[in-house]
Structures are given as C-alpha cells and as structure tokens.
Design a protein around this ligand. Sequence first.
Ligand SMILES: [Zn+2]
Length: 368
Amino acid sequence: MTERLYYSDCYLTQFEATTQSVSGEGLRVVLDRSAFYPTAGGQLFDTGTLGGARVVDVVDDGDVVTHVLATPIAAGMVRGEIDWARRFVFMQQHTGQHLLSAVFHELFGFATASVHLGEAGGTVELAAGAVSETQLREAEARANAVIVENRAVGIAFEENPEGLRKASERTGPLRIVSIAGLDKSACGGTHVKQTGEIGALLLRRAEKIRGNTRVEFVCGSMAVRRARMDFELLTAAGRAFSRPLEEVPAAVGALQEAAKDAQKIVKSLTLELAGYKGRALFAAAAGGRHWEKLDAVDDATRALAQAFVGCGKGVFLATGGGAVLVASSDPAVHCGNLLKQFGRGGGTAALAQGSVADIGPLAAALGI
Ligand SMILES: [Zn+2]
C-alpha cells in the first residue's frame, strides 16, 4: 500500500521512499510513500524525477500508486521530486473547479455531473439543460469575488461528513476539501490552501452535451496565458483589417456583407457572360452542333447551353465531371433518351443531365 503524501500536504515537492516493487525492466515502480499524484478524479498526473529517472506517467492502481519511468532504476531507497510548476497549475485548476461548482450550485442550484481537468484548462458538466450568458457572467463574478476574499481551503478526514455538496459513494473516512463558508466536497485531489492562490477564474465556452451544459474554465497562470493568446489573435485580426481590435467584429461583419454582394454580382455577370459566349459559339458552330469540354459542368454551363440553343435549331453537349445535353426543337434529338442510351442520367427531350463514360458514341450519334 502506498502512503499518499499529497493527501495531507499538497505542497510537498521532495520526499524519500523505499521501493515496494520494481517491474517492467525497472520502469514501473511502486513505493511505500509518494508525493506523486496519479491521474484520478479528473486531475492529471504529476511529472518529475524518481531516483534520477524522469517520471512519465503515474497510475492509480487501487491501493498502490505506480510510477512509470523513462529510464530504469534499481530497488531500494529513492528520492522523488515532483515538477512543482506543473502541479501548482493543476492545483489552481482543481481548486478553481471546486469553487466554480460551488458557486453554480449556490447561485442557481446547478449540480456538477462530471469534471475534466486538462493541460490547457478544465470543464465542468452542469446538470442543467441551459445556462444563460447572464448566469455564466454571474458565476464568474461570484467565483472571482471569493478568490479576492482569500478564503481558507481546508483538508480534513471525516467519518460521516455532513453538508457535502455532492453525496459520496465511498465508505469509511472521507477526505473532505472545504472552502470556508461556501463548499464541502469529498475529494482525493490536490488543492491550494487559500482561494487567493487560484489567482483568477475565467469562463469560456458553454455547450450542450447529453442534455447537460459543459462549461470551459481556466484559472491562474493558465487564464493569463489564454487571455494573452486571445489578445494576440485579436490584435493580428485587427492588424489585417487595419482597425483597432475592438472594431474587429464589426469589420468581419462588413466584410461578410461585401463578400455576399460580390458573390451576387459574380453570379449575375457569369450568367450574362455565358449568354454572350453561347451566342458566339452558335454563330461559329457547324450545323448548330457544339461540344464544350470543361473541367466541371455548373450553372454557367447550363446558361451557356441555353443561350446556344436559344439562337436557333441546335444541340449543345457539355462534358467535364458530368454531362449536360441541351437541344432546341429538333425532333431527331431526344436528350433524355440519348443520355440514357449512352450513359447514365436522364431528362426531357430538351434538356438532360448525367454522366457518360465514353463520349465517342454519343458524339457520333449527335453528329458532333
Ligand atoms: Zn478536489
């Protein structure tokens, strides 16, 4: 059984221990005591060194904690040191999560269904079908007010704790993490001692999931990093528009409108151009027959074909990723039947669309 040193002291970064088992060719180590936090309860594992070897994973194996190393070590006394920078960021996130879950519960009665704490931020899944923008802002403001109040975050072991925000399924003495005057939760994770150490709590996206609402949040140095990244992205967007960043949303809106107008003009000019081109092709075509070979047939192709046959008795075939066959009142040509006969697709006597694998026989039948 591994004594989990972080249970009573989350600020312990160095420790000495004795190996209980060394397996996997010296890469999997179980100790009698450890300050390394294994991935559990939504919080990621600690990294650091053990006996000089790099710790690349820490696994919660029930009664024991297994340290996975990058290089092998021998059995015996070892010294462990955890990567404090990584751990402290996770402690900020984890305590921030308790605080956020507590304020959502306090303000709106929303329970937390699940929690995830990642490398770049965390999420809480609230048992709420919808969370409004106003509620998000209120929860964020309340959480940051409690951070400023610098309330104590305590750890205690209790046999039958009362007043838990969420009932625990575990039996026996429970490790209780409490935020003074606000929250009491059963939790085995690592937390800061005072809410002030969370630094700040920033809410980000909220999205519906399984009938609940998942809310993204970042705390402390992660929040600062994220805010800086957002600022730089927005500044880059502002630079691209030659506008201050406050005006970026309006500039994007104006650009979208301008693009929509331009698309309309392009479409109308394309169709107009197809008309001119169709008439020119008809004038140059022998016997009113023409075969247009394109990369792809589209609306402009159909407009071209219509303009062509609009000039008089004629047949227009366009091919390229498909086939369009258009004929003006010519009793000898039934476009739909011809396309069915020589390829796939169909249509009326005057217009047919589809595909033709081998154009040769169709072109020959049309006399093109
Ligand atoms: Zn916790």
